[in-house]
Design a protein around this ligand. Structure first.
Ligand code: URA
Ligand code: SF4
Length: 224
């Protein structure tokens, strides 16, 4: 792995690329990702949480990073946010079983709660998002979905760059550059992260959830 010891702060370069095998299929990628040390997040998390679902799905959903439950179980969106997502997908007329789900960042980033054993989610930095993006690029290339849904700011930044803003860019089809080696421009629809619905107070929850469903309907309509 390359080092940028002479760079600002003298820190290691963050980059998953040295762990990504060339020409691998999804199973081989998943196995390789289990050993990724492309950024420091692997140190405190339990395991890599790779994407899962229908590997020939027409719709691929990208979240932020695994949460506490996902870190324990090794599968994306199996905790409370996954419950909201599955409900919203069904309400938008999309069968969750016909999607592929993954995350922009594949290790759980957290800090211990001040008291007790809870692990509090921490948002990944742009450096960590960028380090992990080679895994996502390979998933996009191999699943080759017709439509990609970015769930929240981290997924949007990973796929469209740091200028992405969820409030401005959500709910409309946006061009997605083809993955390396791919042909034809893809299409992306961004929306809020389902955990925003969980964090909302009682007064705001229904509106946030309704917006999530509406944005997923836009993605569903693109599939025809
Ligand atoms: N939140 C995410 O972004 N991804 C998961 O897999 C779970 C919660
Ligand atoms: Fe590798 Fe991504 Fe985990 Fe960092 S978060 S160690 S880049 S898999």
């Amino acid at each position: 792995m390359t080092r940028d010891a002479a760079g600002a702060g003298g820190e290691d370069a963050y980059d998953a690329s040295p762990w990504v095998p060339a020409g691998a299929d999804l199973d081989a990628l998943r196995t390789a990702a289990a050993g990724c040390h492309g950024c420091p997040l692997h140190r405190d998390a339990s395991r890599t949480v790779f994407g899962a679902g229908d590997t020939s799905a027409r719709l691929l959903l990208v979240g932020e990073q695994p949460g506490d439950q996902e870190d324990r179980k090794g599968h994306p969106f199996v905790g409370p946010a996954g419950g909201v997502l599955d409900r919203a997908l069904a309400e938008a007329g999309i069968d969750p079983g016909e999607t592929y789900v993954t995350n922009a960042v594949k290790h759980f980033k957290f800090e211990p709660a001040a008291r007790g054993k809870r692990r509090i989610h921490k948002a990944p930095t742009l450096r960590e998002i960028s380090a992990c993006s080679p895994w996502l690029a390979e998933e996009l290339r191999l699943v080759a979905p017709e439509v990609v849904v970015a769930l929240g700011a981290t997924a949007g930044k990973s796929l469209l760059g740091s200028g992405f803003r969820v409030t401005r860019d959500r709910g409309v089809p946006l061009p997605l550059p083809p993955p390396a080696g791919g042909d034809g421009e893809g299409v992306l629809v961004a929306t809020i992260h389902p955990s925003a619905v969980l964090r909302a107070d009682d007064a705001g929850r229904a509106e946030l959830y309704g917006g999530l469903v509406a944005d997923l309907r836009v993605a569903g309509r693109l599939l025809g």
